[in-house]
Each structure stands twice: as structure tokens, then as C-alpha cells.
Design a protein around this ligand. Structure first.
Ligand code: TYM
Length: 332
């Protein structure tokens, strides 16, 4: 089976609908056909300030949401990044072959740094994509299923893999981004030209997986649309409606055209009501299951521990080869 790897930052107490549609949905399907590794990117999360108590708790909560959304920790390897020391170690080596200018061109860094002010941004945030490259290369992953916002980081990973292979001999598998066109970007319900994001200013445009069903419904009913009132798909002129139609189509496994046909002629209210039902039907069971799993944190920790052993085995082998190729003297 081809190797696959992906992860998310446990930087909030709930994942959102963008994470679910852009990542979890395809992860769930791909774990059937791939030797899949899914992880909690806690080392990435601390590149911006986190409350230590919340981070620890959110790491468990995010784990529970992966499982509740269908990731099977006996079939896939589900682990915490910091439980596998090789991530930080490989990142260091990759840092030494990454150009300063190359890292400075990463748009996610520029966005996040400008939010905090260039001076306040950490060096960790700067080198974040290099850590991500290490995540992927450690497992020799071929496919990396992510949303559109991660494309540049996968491109960097490919560049670093090729560079390392050229300089030190064939070591890394060069990965491919696995980005589904339609699900790659879900937009904020209040600001439908911006992606749905944990870091958006107001939370009313975000559907959290752990929101209560009533709140989910309310957020969808209040989603920003447009004044012309006609149900048709137009990403440019009607971005709010286009987003709602996209979500509807994905969650019901239909085409956008099919959905448009059903609701054409009706008002936006009818569409929103139906969408709210569809979203709640998807999200409520995940929420329910997550809360059940969180009742037994010991069991979650046990799952993570067993899976960390499996991840360490693969990661340590790659790291040993890398250290050897680079010329580090092994300890005897
Ligand atoms: P993160 O935690 O920001 O997001 C997790 C996943 O969700 C996708 N996503 C979206 N998809 C569609 N619409 C949206 N509005 C939306 N918002 C988020 C992201 O594309 C991502 O797939 N750097 C990564 C974490 C990471 C990683 C890795 C991923 C660290 N190492 C190695 C893959 C491989 C991140 O911050 O994702």
C-alpha cells in the first residue's frame, strides 16, 4: 500500500467544518487504500503562543475528533508529533539545507507574522514549513492529503527532498500534494472570500465540529449571501451562496449542479434550512462520539502511546539514514 501522511494543529478546542471537509473526509476514505499516518502537530502549534494547559487538553480533544470522524487507530497510525523525537531532529538537518530567502517566501509565515508584527513572530514560526517537510519525509510518504492552503508547504517539501537526494544520495521519497479541487477550500460564512480558519476574528462564520446543533443551525441561517436572491453557482459574484452550495454538495455526495437544480426558484432560506439539517446530521454524531471518547482520557492516551511506538519505528529508521548520509559520527 502507498504511504500517506497528514496532520493538523491541535490549536483550538474544536476542529471546524473546513478541517472536516478539506482533510478528515478524505483521510477517512484514503486510510482504506493507504498505509496512513495521521498526527497531531503539537510542535507546530507552539510556533504561536499557546496556553500550556489548553494545548495539552486540545491535543486529546483533537485526537478524539479524528477518531470520531472515522480515523481508525488500529488501521492507521494516529500519533502525537512530540512523541516522536525524530520530527524535531530531522527538522534541524533540513534547516541546514533550506535557504533563508526560500523560507521567507512562505505565504503562511508572512500572513501569521504580519498578524503578530514581524518583530514579535518567532524563529519557530519562520522555520515551521521545514518542520512540516520533516514530518512528511520521515515517513517516506507519497501522498499528502491537505487543503489548498498547504500547497506551498508541500512544494517546499518536494524541493528539499530533491535537494537532499541530489547532495547526499537517494534518501527521501518525493511526495505529491493530494488536494481535491472541490473540497480544498471552505470559506468563512460571514466573510465568504476568506477561508474558514481557526484564527479568524469572529467565530460566527465558523462551524465548529463541537458546536451544539442549535448553534450550528443559527450560524448557517445567518450566513452572508447576496441581494439578488437567485440560487445559482457563481464563485465570483455570489461567493457566500457558492460556499453553501459546495458544502451541501460535498456532504450529500451530490454535484453542485444537482443541488442548484433542486433549489433553483426557491429562496435562500429554504436552501439554508436544508443545509443546516445536512450539516447537523454530519456533525452531531461526531460531536457525540467525541464527548464519549473524552470521558476516558486514559484510553485516548493509551491509543496514542501504542501508535507512537509504530510511528517511532519508521521515523527512527529514516533519521538514522539521514544522519549517516550527512556524516554525523554515530555513538558507539
Ligand atoms: P491546519 O491545522 O491549519 O489545518 C488542518 C487541515 O485542514 C485543512 N483546512 C481546510 N480545508 C478546506 N477549507 C478550509 N477552510 C480549511 N482550513 C483548514 C488544511 O489544509 C489542513 O489540511 N501545517 C498544517 C499541519 C501540518 C501538516 C504536516 C499537514 C503539519 N505538518 C504535514 C500535512 C503534512 C496545518 O497547519 O494544518
Amino acid at each position: 500500500k502507498p504511504r500517506l501522511l497528514s496532520g493538523m494543529q491541535p490549536s483550538a478546542d474544536s476542529l471546524h467544518l473546513g478541517n472536516y471537509i478539506g482533510a478528515l473526509l478524505s483521510w477517512k476514505a484514503l486510510q482504506e487504500t493507504h498505509d496512513a499516518f495521521f498526527f497531531l502537530a503539537d510542535l507546530h502549534a507552539i510556533t504561536v503562543p499557546q496556553d500550556p494547559i489548553a494545548l495539552r487538553e486540545n491535543t486529546r480533544r483533537t485526537t478524539a475528533q479524528y477518531i470520531a470522524a472515522g480515523i481508525d487507530p488500529t488501521r492507521s497510525t494516529l500519533f502525537v508529533q512530540s512523541h516522536v523525537p525524530a520530527h524535531a531532529e530531522l527538522a534541524w538537518v533540513l534547516n541546514t539545507i533550506t535557504g533563508f530567502g526560500e523560507a521567507a517566501r512562505m505565504t503562511q509565515f508572512k500572513d501569521k507574522a504580519s498578524k503578530q508584527g514581524q518583530e514579535a513572530a518567532s524563529v519557530g514560526l519562520f522555520t515551521y514549513p521545514v518542520l512540516q517537510a520533516g514530518d512528511i519525509l520521515l515517513y517516506q510518504a507519497v501522498d499528502v492529503p491537505v487543503g489548498e492552503d498547504q500547497r506551498q508547504h508541500i512544494e517546499l517539501t518536494r524541493d528539499l527532498a530533491n535537494r537532499f537526494n541530489a547532495r547526499f544520495g537517494d534518501t527521501f521519497t518525493v511526495p505529491k500534494p493530494y488536494i481535491l479541487k472541490d473540497t480544498a477550500k471552505i470559506f468563512d460564512l460571514q466573510n465568504p472570500t476568506a477561508k474558514m480558519s481557526k484564527s479568524s476574528e469572529s467565530t460566527s462564520g465558523l462551524i465548529w465540529l463541537l458546536d451544539e446543533p442549535k448553534i450550528t443551525e443559527k450560524k448557517i441561517m445567518r450566513a452572508v449571501t447576496d441581494a439578488d436572491g437567485e440560487v445559482r453557482f457563481d464563485r465570483e459574484l455570489k461567493p457566500g451562496l457558492a460556499n453553501l452550495l459546495t458544502v451541501f454538495a460535498i456532504l450529500t455526495d451530490r454535484t453542485v449542479d444537482d443541488v442548484v437544480e433542486e433549489f433553483a426558484g426557491g429562496g435562500y432560506g429554504t436552501l439554508k434550512k436544508a443545509l443546516a439539517e445536512v450539516v447537523v446530521e454530519t456533525v452531531a454524531p461526531i460531536r457525540q462520539r467525541t464527548l464519549e471518547l473524552l470521558d476516558d482520557p486514559g484510553e485516548l492516551d493509551r491509543i496514542l502511546s501504542v501508535n507512537a511506538d509504530r510511528a517511532n519505528e519508521v521515523a527512527e529508521a529514516t533519521l538514522a539514514t539521514v544522519y549517516d548520509r550527512v556524516g554525523l559520527l554515530p555513538r558507539r
